[in-house]
Ligand binder design. Structure first.
Ligand code: ARG
Length: 469
């Protein structure tokens, strides 16, 4: 989706955009400080004596009665003054807190090796993978742009350390190779400084360079998106999947009952939909089954227990905005021919409107119909947000965290029980996770395509969770 892709880029790292347009110098917001009494220096009100000297005697008012009133007045002034002081102190403390926790984080340079934000978010997204060729990019705090990393002096130790920073485990690491950066190197490269060693922080060992005597680093943080069988060659016109075609597909179950689908993204992580866990939020209830087409057969095999369910904190039950969740397993999956991860979309991978995609799951075969025992698959088209939001289609309900896909003529769709499962697109020889099954109006109705969580939109959120666990 074109606009979707553009979104992907804009959400890419909001912090970096601030570099270009720093916030204006701080001016205290109006109304933080309580107004001081006009024309009276604040210290004047402190002692009753001074008040008296400044007391204006209004003609016709007996001066004696003023004595008692004066004391009362002075009492009130004291209270007022004390509360003003407390307010002032609170305001100053608040300001200081804001400065240290937030403002400094906004002003601080991203990826300069200095941790400015309380959670380190200014230093946690300094590497990313670009395009279908997995080219490594590093953020340059000097030129405020992403640049390819030059392969000069690079080795697998650097490679696995970078993958770890992105959010993968060292054990997942495959290798690094080289790729041509093409026009993405028009502004230059980030290059290892001479004499760099593996010991210290990698990002700070990179420096800007106009040229690169070798090519750019292509990084395989995990072997992903490789299916063991072509989707539909063996079952002509059928919808049942063949073994190994969708090795990332899992069944999420409670008490032996299939509830939702999910996708393997690493040995420890399953990506699914947040709405699956609203009623059952306890990880101890869930089991994850992988590697088989038959639900029945899988339920006899060993499932994986869940350690943690991370629902997107902005998931909105009313409109299904941000319908994404991550499940961390207690023990890692072992990858086999039928158990493998799908690729998370790299920046710049085009999964936009018009692409053919596949959906898979054990969901109902028609609206409120029966569910199959064997995994089903269907091919769908990804539509632009504009098409999805047409009045006769989904009438403006598709937010930027969603994509819609299906067949506008009807007849092909995901359905109840497919939720959380994958919407995948093949690009450049690997399968990318474009969406997680979220919601729909009935199933497979004309002009009612299915709605999926927009995984490209969530990519930073996903890596943030993987980094922090
Ligand atoms: N919410 C459903 C579930 O829990 C998924 C519905 C998808 N519907 C559709 N028409 N594509 O399984």
């Amino acid at each position: 989706m074109n606009n979707n892709q553009a979104n992907g880029l804009t959400y890419d790292n909001i912090g970096f955009q601030l570099e270009e347009g720093r916030p204006p110098p701080y001016t205290p917001p109006q109304g933080i400080y309580p107004p001081l009494p006009q024309g009276t220096p604040s210290y004047v009100a402190v002692t009753p004596k001074t008040i008296n000297t400044h007391h204006t005697v209004i003609p016709g008012t007996p001066h004696n009665t003023g004595q008692k009133k004066g004391i009362k007045k002075c009492h009130w002034k004291r209270i007022l003054c004390a509360s003003l002081c407390v307010l002032l102190i609170l305001a100053v403390v608040g300001l200081l807190l804001w400065y240290f926790l937030y403002y400094q984080c906004l002003l601080g340079k991203w990826c300069d090796g200095v941790r400015d934000c309380s959670h380190g978010e200014d230093e946690s997204r300094c590497f990313r993978l670009h395009g279908t060729n997995f080219m490594l990019q590093s953020y340059s705090s000097e030129s405020h742009t992403w640049m390819p990393v030059c392969a000069e002096n690079w080795d697998n130790n650097y490679g696995s350390a970078v993958c770890e920073q992105i959010g993968y485990k060292r054990q997942d690491y495959v290798s690094y190779t080289q790729t041509s950066a093409g026009s993405l190197a028009s502004k230059g490269y980030m290059k290892l400084k001479p004499g760099s060693n593996h010991g210290s922080h990698i990002h700070s060992q990179l420096t800007y360079s106009q040229s690169c005597s070798s090519r750019a680093v292509k990084l395989h943080c995990i072997e992903c998106g490789v299916s063991s069988a072509a989707p539909s060659t063996r079952i002509v016109g059928g919808t049942e999947a063949v073994s190994g075609a969708w090795p990332w597909q899992v069944s999420l179950q409670i008490h032996g009952q299939h509830i939702c689908g999910g996708s393997i993204i690493s040995p420890y992580w399953i990506l699914s939909a947040a709405h699956c866990f609203q009623a059952y939020s306890n990880p101890g209830m869930w089991m994850v089954y992988a590697g088989d087409l038959s639900l029945l057969q899988m339920s006899f095999g060993p499932g994986k227990t869940v350690n943690k369910i991370i629902n997107h904190e902005k998931f909105d039950t009313k409109n299904n905005d941000n319908d994404i969740a991550l499940l961390k397993l207690n023990t890692p999956l072992t990858f086999t021919r039928t158990v493998k991860p799908v690729c998370l979309p790299n920046i710049g991978v085009d999964l936009s409107a018009g692409h053919q995609a596949w959906i898979t799951g054990w969901g109902a075969l028609r609206s409120s119909g029966p569910s199959p025992d064997r995994l089903n698959q269907a091919q769908v088209t990804i539509y632009s947000r504009e098409t999805c939001n047409r009045p006769q289609v989904l009438n403006g309900e598709i937010t930027k965290t969603m994509i819609c896909a299906g067949k506008l003529q009807g007849g092909v769709d995901s359905c109840q029980g497919d939720s959380g499962g994958p919407l995948v697109v093949k690009e450049g020889d690997v399968w990318w996770l474009a969406g997680d099954t979220s919601w729909g109006i009935g199933c497979a109705f004309r002009n009612k395509p299915g709605v999926y969580g927009n995984v490209t939109y969530f990519i930073e959120w996903i890596y943030d969770q993987m980094q922090n666990e």
